[in-house]
Ligand binder design. Sequence first.
Ligand code: B12
Ligand code: SF4
Length: 472
Amino acid sequence: MKRVLLVNPPESGMGEHSSAPAGLLYIAGVLQKHDIPVKVVDGFLEGWKGVEETIRDYRPDIIGITCHTYARARALKIAKLAKDILPEATVVVGGAHPTVMPRQMLENYPFIDIAAIGEADYVLRDVCENKSYSAIPGIAYRENGSVVINPRRDVIADLDTLPFPAWNLLDLKRYPPDGQGVYRGIDLAKEPRISVVFSRGCVGDCNFCSNRLMWKRWRHRSPENMLGELELLNKTFGIKHIHFNDDCFSVDKKAAIGLCRGIADRKLDIVFDIVTRTDCVDAEILQALKDAGCYSISYGVETASPILLKIMGKPINTKKQEEAIKLTNSFGIRTLVLLIAGCVGETWETINETVDSMDRAQPSAVGIANGLMIFPGTKVYEIAKKNGVIDDSFWLTDYAWKMYTFENSPLWLDIFSRALETRRRLSRSRIVNLIRNHRFVSRRIGRRIKDLLMGFGLAKQGTAGGKYKVVR
Ligand code: B12
Ligand code: SF4
């Protein structure tokens, strides 16, 4: 029987914040159900040394590695290491990056055997069952020196058919809490926070996001099925702090309320936070969330400029956004509003619109992405390519991502993000903005010089830039 090792690369989270790798645990759940021996090593917990030692000790036949675009250099390093240690093993990468760039990966990295495309819970089971590669949907591989890309798998329409993620394979208590305060007697700063998935996909199609490429369409599990997993996490593994990894938790109002009522009815000793869109909440859902123990909702607002929302492909009404935030606050649920400083078409005026909107809505906290990241496969990527800002060869470098700086320079993006952070309106005069923010600007220039040196290989690349900075 083939043995599988699944690897989450080290440094794939944001410093101290990472969750147990749900995607890998789903895959492991499927393998366990088919009695295929499987182990998961999370580089976030074990570091580079731990990952290498596990490869050497476990000596798997198949090594599966998660590879998102920003973490691809780390995934490639592990793929190469695995092939060097075990030349006979099959090395498989999956996740957002191979989903979009399978050909480039296979053409350039001989140590990768298979790139899994999209929702890939069953791919490794098929490989372990020795199916011919040509008969496995949703993979790309090499045949006689050329890359073959098979048709995609159908989406998993009924998510209840999936086994639960293999939570037994990781020590869940080692994951960081990533929270603040005590809620319903649960210390959010102490209890490990574990991420679960109620739905896959999103109803939106924002032009900077790769959601549709991965998940195609929004689907949810039945409340009963989700409750079974929550009960397992709570009662068997002692987990009390839950994060729903869904991109848009509450699209189906009935299902969301059903799940919340189930949590309350079963008296699960958990508290949780969710991510959703402002057009997917109302008083009834918020009441149910509150009753079930939801302490925070993150809203991907991005901008409060109606023109930019239209450009970004997010046709949400700004007034509705503000109402949803205020309504959430009124239920005593914290609101974390995620903003992007530097959307396509951003100007000092659109930043001021967002500053004004945040002043009216008064979220508990804002998380600001300092610049719009360009990810392959998105519409923003096509715009950037057309303008000569980027081309496919960028993804062969070690840079984690590229910012959309076609319209606004990195320095200007810094000033935009500073304005959102401090909720201070910008002046129409650039000089005035520079003078007002001179200390901040000089610090940022220092960082930009480091970025430049990095470009010449004279400084080490960090994960700086683009990360959400949360301001309470
Ligand atoms: C949780 C999460 C995080 C967490 C933790 C990640 C972790 N280490 O676990 C945190 C908060 C740290 C994070 C940070 C970021 N994230 Co994030 N994150 C997510 C999120 C919301 C959920 C991941 C998840 O659990 N999904 C559910 C599971 C079931 O899906 P999955 O992991 O993708 O796995 C499936 C497939 O991908 C595939 N698969 C995955 N791995 C493998 C391996 C093998 C061998 C195979 C066969 C298949 C396979 O099969 C799985 C089952 O179908 C996703 C969005 C999403 N809904 O997926 C974004 C997402 C992965 N993140 C994204 C981004 C952009 C970021 C940030 C850059 C955001 C930012 N503005 O800062 C940062 C980067 C952090 C850094 N390193 O510096 C993008 C990646 C886009 C891309 N092209 O790579 C995503 C896709 C969101 C999006 N739609 O844009 N993130
Ligand atoms: S709402 Fe969020 S997850 Fe959905 S498409 Fe837009 S950015 Fe992506």
